[in-house]
Ligand binder design. Sequence first.
Ligand SMILES: [Zn+2]
Length: 187
Amino acid sequence: MTALILKLDIGGQPMSWISWEDAAVHYAKDQVAWTLGEKPQRFFGGVNRMRNERSYLDIHPVIAVRGNMKHSKFTAVPPMNNRELFRRDRHTCLYCLKEYSDKKLTRDHVIPASRGGMDVWTNLVTACRRCNQHKAARTPEEANMTLHAVPYTPNYAEWLILKNRKILADQMSFLQSLCPERTQWWK
Ligand SMILES: [Zn+2]
């Protein structure tokens, strides 16, 4: 799998992961303002028959693209889904502290949905099926269960880390510089 390219706006705020093909389009349109990372990945294009040379393009792991500064995603709350939630909690049930595969994990509402608990990062934790069933429509206190970590909303840089399983070193160090202390263990 080819690593994705981290796209920033021209001010250096992370925007999204894009394919190298999409990055190549930004290079071709001369929209790449600056780049980060020492080692670009080299992608080969077609062969030029006249000169019998193969064309190529060097794409840096992090590219800042001109335009698109109006709607910065950085301050928005990142969308919630189970994959990123389980990764936030390191695939660990926050009640019994055991690690499980995705299939055996569920999303638990700390304050149950039936009691007005919302579908937001700060009310959702990773729980194994057994703990979730045991807790049922109760708060942890009512169920006499200990919640071992306080659920938090990842910032946009953390969320980009959670989204992508193959992150290059230059990309990771850039994103980590924008993360609060709590996420420094994501290496
Ligand atoms: Zn559990």
